[in-house]
Design a protein around this ligand. Structure first.
Ligand code: HEC
Ligand code: HEC
Length: 361
């Protein structure tokens, strides 16, 4: 199967042989993964400080050429990420919907923006978003820079028009000085706000999990049950058909049947690609640190990892666009428990990075 093992050898366990032949749906996976490694015009992040080094099991983070990582820029981006003044009524920051204490999600079915407004989708984690080819459940943004300003201006998220945001930030002396130092600009502009936030996000990484240590030969890093679950993940349970490579995603879109029983289902990727074949398809999310970011799926409809495993065990939810890699798994109760154990114990990273709210100017 053309997984990331071709690109980054040794990341999949020896037992990682899928029980299924390669699926046609993987068409996107290989170019996407190669892009991650070889993206033209981009340079790998240098270990500018402890935070931009990449944890065990992950490749180097690639920052765009016009937005190299620097410690001062990362620190500035972190302040902006946590600053509620970037919302219309000063009540919501990025960190409220992508909270470090909740696996960089928000612990709720749907995101809650200013004035308690609820969107129709679950907050995805920001962890390892740096490695993604596509941002958002439907992949409508590519880079973190492109993504960052969307929620600020979005009326149901932070609701602050960008010219207003620029005005506000320019009135805060501490920010003005920092933007001058980091970007050499006299006036704070939205484009640099996006760059700073994206730089911080490139330090929000999840790796060095027990699974990664196991891969390095530390056999005891995983309990016997988690090892059993790992074999299932890469084998009989077929999870790695889509959750593949260092970040456990093929950077592609699939219909696994979530929400397809609704009268008017979220069409997902179809709205972007205009291809009917993409109906109900969503981006494969990473499953690193997934135990921290319940509830699950684009509509937050599954509350626990056990519910997720049940969903896959029954072969997803039947609909005309269901991915061919979903089929009844016929797992025993013990196998289901082992799979959950692998996701939980195996892929949860130690909280070694400092993501406490910073002091704001
Ligand atoms: C009101 C809650 C809310 C706020 C505030 C918010 N987000 Fe999000 N964020 C979401 C939701 C919901 C999505 C998914 C939307 C979709 O896919 O259509 C998302 C998607 C993302 C993604 C894409 C992740 C992925 O895997 O696709 C990134 C990155 C992100 N947000 C970063 C930010 C940043 C940076 C800020 C602050 C400038 C921010 N968000 C503010 C709710 C929020
Ligand atoms: C056909 C590709 C595919 C296969 C096979 C697959 N997944 Fe997924 N997975 C996805 C997609 C796509 C989503 C998001 C779907 C949505 O929100 O509608 C997802 C979502 C998830 C989530 C929720 C993550 C979050 O942050 O909300 C978990 C957990 C998960 N999968 C685990 C598994 C496990 C365990 C297996 C094996 C039993 C598996 N997946 C098999 C594609 C796949």
């Amino acid at each position: 199967m053309p997984q990331c093992s071709r690109v980054v050898p040794g990341l999949l366990p020896e037992a990682g042989v899928s029980s299924r032949p390669p699926g046609r749906h993987l068409k996107l996976a290989v170019p996407a993964l190669l892009t991650l490694v070889l993206l033209p015009g981009q340079v790998p992040t240098q270990g500018a400080d402890a935070q931009s080094g990449h944890p065990l099991g992950l490749p180097a983070v690639v920052a765009p050429k016009d937005n190299p990582q620097t410690p001062a820029k990362i620190a500035l981006g972190k302040q902006l990420y946590f600053d509620r003044r970037l919302s219309a009524d000063n009540t919501v920051s990025c960190a409220d919907c992508h909270n470090p204490a909740k696996g960089f999600s928000n612990g709720e079915q749907f995101a809650t923006g200013i004035k308690g407004q609820k969107g129709g989708r679950n907050s995805p984690t920001v962890l390892n978003a740096a490695y993604q080819t596509f941002q958002f459940w439907d992949g409508r943004a590519g880079t973190l820079e492109q993504q960052a300003l969307g929620p600020i201006a979005n009326p149901i998220e932070m609701g602050l028009p960008l010219p207003e945001m620029e005005k506000r930030l320019n009135a805060i002396a501490g920010y003005k000085t920092q933007f001058q130092q980091v970007f050499g600009v006299a006036e704070i502009r939205a484009s640099e706000v996006a760059k700073a936030i994206a730089s911080y996000e490139r330090t929000v990484l999840s790796g060095n999990s027990p699974y990664d240590r196991f891969q390095q030969g530390e056999v005891e890093a995983l309990s016997e049950q988690a090892r059993e679950g790992m074999k299932l993940f890469f084998g009989k349970a077929n999870c790695a058909a889509c959750h593949a490579g260092p970040n456990f995603t093929d950077n592609a879109f699939h219909n696994i049947g979530i929400g397809m029983d609704k009268p008017e289902p979220d069409v997902g990727r179809e709205a972007i690609s205009q291809l009917e074949g993409d109906r109900g398809s969503f981006k494969t999310p990473t499953v690193r640190d997934v135990a921290r970011s319940a509830p699950y799926m684009h509509d937050g409809s599954l509350k626990t990892l056990a519910e997720v495993v049940e969903h896959y065990d029954k072969g997803g939810h039947a609909n005309p666009w269901l991915d061919e890699e979903l089929f009844p798994l016929k797992l025993t109760a013990a196998e289901k428990a082992a799979l959950v154990k692998f996701l939980d114990e195996g892929l949860t990273s130690p909280a070694t990075q400092d993501h406490a709210p910073p002091k704001l100017p």
